[in-house]
Write a protein that binds this ligand. Structure first.
Ligand code: THU
Length: 149
């Protein structure tokens, strides 16, 4: 854990303000940096059919794929909390959900890097940095399909 300001986390916090989260009222933003310093962002987008909601990380991954390609992903930041004010607020650090960890694992395979994920609380005052291999140990990835017919 650390509290050194990180511009990528600030982009994730700002992206969270663009969330559509009327059901959970929990806003999540994700910012993805390329190896060349480009940044793609996404936020969660919920649905009246609750299970069809899209997480911030998946939204940002598709934006990154369009902007610079999964192969050039260098680093990912996630922040979540109360997005009802002028800036994202909240104390609890948000780490990617299980499904998003799986999607990041796929991106890490394409990128050929054990991607770094910075998780932040809403206020951006608490940061936790982990690699995807730590977030989803023994994960099922493309290599596990080697025996497919
Ligand atoms: N959410 C994300 O966007 N990313 C995560 O990693 C955790 C959860 C969203 C889904 C839902 O819209 C809201 O946060 C509450 O679960």
């Amino acid at each position: 854990m650390n509290s050194i300001p990180d511009p990528l986390v600030e982009r994730a916090r700002a992206a969270a303000l663009g969330a559509y989260a009327p059901y959970s009222r929990f806003s999540v933003g994700c910012a993805i940096e390329s190896t060349d310093g480009e940044i793609a962002v996404g936020a969660n987008m919920e649905n009246a059919c609750y299970r069809l909601g899209v997480c911030a990380e998946l939204a940002a991954l598709t934006a990154a794929q369009q902007a610079f390609g999964l192969a050039r992903i260098a680093r990912i930041a996630v922040a979540g909390g109360d997005g009802s004010g002028e800036s994202l607020a909240g104390n609890a650090v948000v780490t990617p959900c299980g499904g998003c960890r799986q999607a990041i694992l796929e991106a890490a395979h394409v990128a050929g890097r054990d991607l770094e994920i910075v998780s932040a609380n809403g206020a951006g005052t608490e940061l936790e940095t982990r690699r995807i291999s730590e977030l989803i140990p023994q994960g099922f990835g493309p290599a596990n399909l080697s025996d497919a017919a």
